[in-house]
Design a protein. Structure first.
Length: 974
């Protein structure tokens, strides 16, 4: 211990080095991390990496299961956002070092250690050594240069750095690793990166911040970049006096840097134990407003100075949401402060760094009278999602990315509860069917879907985020209905309390929920949550339940099988044996009790069929899966379908709105898969003439979009458009075009959807009003209130679609000048609506050109806006094929190629396009492989094959039906 004190004293006496900046002052930074060091399955060393900035260091790592110690000293990390790198400078071979205090857990002596994760971080040659604290140095063996970033043995695929020693490590000894390194302050929105925005005077303002999930901490510094390696962290950040530094924990002291006039060190408190990817820090000139409404958590929201007036909603609702989660879980938020930051350029939507949550500006800022109801709902839900992560994901973290759904599925489920707690009048829980179940069931009905829990290799990008987020939340919702809300809540609280600051696998969750369910009597003693839920998390897809009643109707045969949109020749083999534990809830016309969602029967994973008796006679309908609380589809015999259609036409209010949405969605997808006549599904839609509820209409519009994409380039699109518009006009007329921000949020949502579809389907009244409003705006460009926010997107798209270069250029200039994130996104999307081919090509070029006005975070959004344009789809696809490598180089991540591939191919439905996708795959395979693109290509290929089959099976049938019903290309009168 005495030797360690001497070492600390000597290090503190080292002289500081000066930082040389270009242009204006920016900042000096340092960081921290932690983790276990393993070799061949044996824990060798545990370390906690703490940034010590210039000369300070800290020791500590506390694990719920083990107590270990470690130190890291990062000497003088020089950073300027105007430079492209930051480094640990060397003076006399001692001034810049990383010291890792290693507590040995060796079970045998070893001379080789797999130690650190490195990517875009380069240890200097001959600038590292291993110190044995009790017996002097152990030098590393001579190491060969084998990778451009690293002068030691390096695994390029896994980003591992291997250290070979000249002497064996001894069991029971403590060791310290000393290392010089440099890293890249990148422009890729990952790791430690820089960003720039313009102030009101048009001056560039730079900031540096972090995005470490899932595996990007290794881009900033050598570390153990795995979620199970939890540790406490302490951070020192150096900055110029005109900047502000923030990190996960509160600042506990600041002091000037000797011999560095105008520079200050900020020291932050030691964190609670957490995973490396949750570490965060930022140096910027952003400003904040704070709230003290939560008596034990200091709450701040940060933004650009000229956008600070847009943080009020987040500042008001954020503390209330935090308090809701504290009460819901009966566990206090463990940190003394919570910062939320609106970053001008941020790759993900948001990131749940503990105590320092980062957001895109569009998902945190709201400008009164300019932001729409949809903007407000998005901000509330994303904020609720990220704050839920403070418990699910941060307090208890998935042990490995295989169980990422434990983090993201729960946060997605809880975001509805958190939002409902602060905005109960929105009835946001009703939206779950559309946002949750329906949004994921499409991709999960592909044969190439994957389970929620699936083995992850090097990157979570190998996973489909919809499966992890949306399906995860859907099966949690299902679980809440068969366990009861009370049992689920108490079980989750125990799970979090028992495993706090630790890691978990899904079996841990099943254990605590089973324990609570048995205590409460909501599960039979011989049934466990694991028995039920493993069938949902370890298998791909979901079942379709078929209900066939006998001739009298009182007995039904219930069957289950996996639902697939398209069955290939091998489908029966690949899905054989796929069965689920299915909670069966149902009601009848006479009973009409849609609120008792507790299952009346269970269909086990050992049963392909079962009988249910005591049903009413066949002249009365039955409905299964009440409020669609189960994650499955339901098919009936045709007679029951006719009874349901008759009920919808005569008095649709007798069926719960959620089940009306279910009937709409199930009937269309069952028909698309060939399990129901397409004419039956179209007959269901006829009742929409009387429907006014938001949720059934959203379900219908999602499937209207499928029909639109299939028919858009076909000669009978006019007839389809006439049919769809005939359904929509009553809703449009009842709601009206004119918007009022005093209307209820649900009414504003309905107006947004109705106007969007009416203008797209070329309704004369809608398009005339849209063009008139746009012309008024062109006359008074500074008056954003001319076009109401809830119809802005529809108005802009219609005007730009029917306009030319003049309208497009005006909108582009408004985009550049807008200070409202929501308004910018609406304009950005509308710019892709033009019919001018050369403007679409220019817009795509802007999306992937530095300094064009389009931020990197928005590049994929611009591409999608062009690809969604019927004229732009071929342009977007051609652009992607010809520029994929340039796009990859510009963005710095292959993930952008995946996003663009999805968008560009969504409407493909020919064999020639299928071949083009195959050729594209072979041309850029190396890029796709780096970002989980092999999965994307499989999904895209299967989707195109499905579209080809859909056209072959249904196009002519629907065309004949439209002709029989009297629809033609002539538009109906309003």
């Amino acid at each position: 211990m005495g030797q360690l004190k001497v070492l600390l004293l000597l290090l503190l006496m080292l002289l500081l080095m000066k930082c040389h900046l270009t242009k204006t002052n920016a900042g000096v930074y340092a960081t921290t991390t932690a983790g276990d060091i393993t070799n061949a399955g044996v824990t060798l060393l545990r370390l906690r990496q703490t940034n010590a900035g210039v000369t300070l260091l800290r020791v500590s790592q506390v694990s719920p299961t083990k107590t270990t110690t470690g130190i890291t000293l990062l000497r003088l990390l020089q950073v300027s956002p105007y430079q492209d790198c930051w480094r640990c400078h060397l003076t006399n071979n001692t001034a810049g070092v990383t010291l890792l205090r290693l507590l040995s857990h060796l079970t045998k002596n070893t001379a080789g250690v797999t130690l650190l994760r490195l990517l875009q971080v380069s240890p200097y040659y001959d600038c590292y050594r291993l110190l044995q604290t009790d017996a002097g140095d152990i030098l590393l063996r001579t190491l060969c240069y084998c990778y451009c970033w690293c002068h030691l043995n390096y695994d390029c695929y896994m980003c591992y750095c291997y250290f070979n020693l000249l002497r064996l490590l001894q069991v029971g000894q403590n060791y310290t690793l000393s290392m010089h390194f440099q890293g890249v302050l990148n422009d890729q929105l990952e790791g430690f990166y820089r960003s720039v925005y313009k102030d009101d005077a048009g001056v560039d303002r730079w900031l540096a911040c972090t995005q470490f999930q899932s595996t990007h901490a290794r881009k900033a510094f050598p570390c153990l970049d795995e979620p199970s390696y939890k540790a406490t962290f302490q951070v020192w950040l150096a900055r110029t006096e005109n900047m502000t530094a923030v990190s996960n924990m509160p600042r506990i002291s600041s002091y000037p840097i000797a011999d560095q006039p105008g520079w200050t060190w900020d020291e932050f408190g030691k964190s609670v134990p957490m995973s490396t990817y949750l570490l965060a820090f930022m140096i910027s000139d952003l400003h904040y407003r704070n709230s003290t409404s939560n008596d034990h958590v200091f709450f701040r929201v940060w933004a650009r100075e000229n956008a600070l007036d847009q943080v009020e909603y987040a500042l008001e609702k954020g503390p209330d949401m935090l308090r809701f989660y504290e009460d819901f879980f009966n566990i206090s938020f463990p940190l003394p402060k919570q910062d939320m930051v609106a970053l001008p350029d941020f790759g993900p939507g948001a990131m749940e760094n503990w105590g320092l949550i980062n957001y895109r500006e569009t998902l945190l800022l709201l400008k009164p009278s300019v932001s729409s109801a949809a903007d407000k709902i998005n901000v509330a839900q994303v904020m609720s999602h990220e704050l839920a992560h403070m418990w699910f994901g941060n307090l208890v973290t998935a042990k490995w990315w295989d169980d990422l759904w434990l983090n993201e599925g729960f946060a997605t489920f809880l975001q509805y509860l958190g939002t409902n707690s602060v905005e109960p009048s929105w009835n946001i829980l009703d939206n779950f069917l559309i946002d949750g179940n329906h949004n994921v069931m499409g991709v999960d009905s592909l044969e190439n879907s994957h389970p929620m829990r699936v083995k992850v290799g090097r990157s979570t990008r190998e996973l489909n985020s919809n499966i992890i987020y949306r399906k995860g939340s859907a099966i949690i919702r299902m679980m809440g209905h068969f366990l009861s809300e009370k049992t689920l809540r108490k079980g989750l609280s125990t799970y979090l309390e028992e495993l706090k600051y630790d890691n978990a696998e899904q079996d841990d969750l099943w254990h605590y929920l089973t324990q609570q369910a048995h205590n409460d009597g909501t599960l039979e003693p011989d049934v466990t949550v694991k028995m039920i839920m493993d069938t949902w998390t370890l298998q791909s897809g979901y079942p379709v339940i078929t209900v066939e009643r006998d001739t009298k109707g009182t007995t039904a045969t219930i069957k289950q099988e996996r639902f697939l949109k398209k069955r290939s020749e091998n489908s029966s083999c690949s899905t054989q044996g796929q069965l689920w534990w299915v909670p069966l809830s149902y009601t009848t016309k006479e009973e009409s009790n849609f609120h008792n969602t507790v299952p009346k029967r269970w269909m086990k994973n050992s049963e392909t069929s079962m009988k249910i008796e005591s049903l009413p006679e066949k002249h009365e309908w039955v409905i299964f899966n009440l409020q669609e609380t189960g994650y499955y589809r339901v098919n009936y015999d045709l007679e029951n379908w006719y009874l349901l259609i008759h009920q919808l036409r005569s008095d649709h209010s007798k069926i719960h709105a959620a089940n009306r949405a279910q009937i709409i969605d199930d009937s269309f997808d069952l028909a698309s898969a060939g399990l129901l006549p397409i004419s039956t599904a179209l007959s269901v839609y006829s009742y929409l003439l009387k429907e006014t509820d938001f949720v059934p209409w959203e379900a219908a519009m999602a499937n209207m979009n499928v029909l639109k994409n299939m028919f858009i380039d076909q000669p009978t699109f006019g007839a389809l458009r006439s049919y769809l518009l005939s359904l929509l006009i009553p809703l449009y007329n009842s709601i009206g075009f004119e918007d009022d921000h005093n209307d209820h949020v649900i009414l504003q949502q309905k107006r947004h959807s109705a106007v969007r579809w009416a203008c797209y389907l070329k309704h004369n009244d809608c398009n005339s009003k849209a063009k008139a409003l746009f012309n008024q705006w062109m006359q008074s460009p500074s008056n954003s209130s001319i076009i109401s926010s809830n119809v802005r997107g529809s108005v802009l798209c219609a005007a730009i679609r029917h306009g030319g270069e003049l309208e497009w250029t005006f909108a582009w200039n408004q985009y550049l000048n807008s200070n409202s994130p929501g308004e910018k996104i609406a304009i950005q999307t509308a710019l892709g609506c033009t019919k001018k081919v050369w403007l679409l090509i220019r817009y795509l070029d802007m999306a992937f050109t530095a300094g064009s006005g389009v931020r990197k975070q928005d590049s994929a959004g611009v591409f999608t806006s062009v690809a969604n344009n019927p004229i732009g789809q071929a342009i977007a696809w051609s652009y992607l094929r010809n520029n994929a490598k340039r796009i990859y180089k510009y963005i710095g991540s292959g993930y952008i190629i995946n996003q663009c591939l999805y968008s560009a191919t969504r409407g493909f439905k020919t064999h020639s396009k299928l071949k083009e996708v195959g050729k594209f795959h072979s041309d850029v395979k190396h890029i796709l492989e780096a970002a989980g693109g092999e999965r994307v290509v499989r999904e895209v290929t299967e989707t195109i094959s499905y579209n080809i089959q859909w056209m072959a099976n249904h196009y002519q049938t629907i065309t004949n039906w439209l002709n029989t019903e009297g629809y033609s290309s002539k538009l109906p009168n309003a």
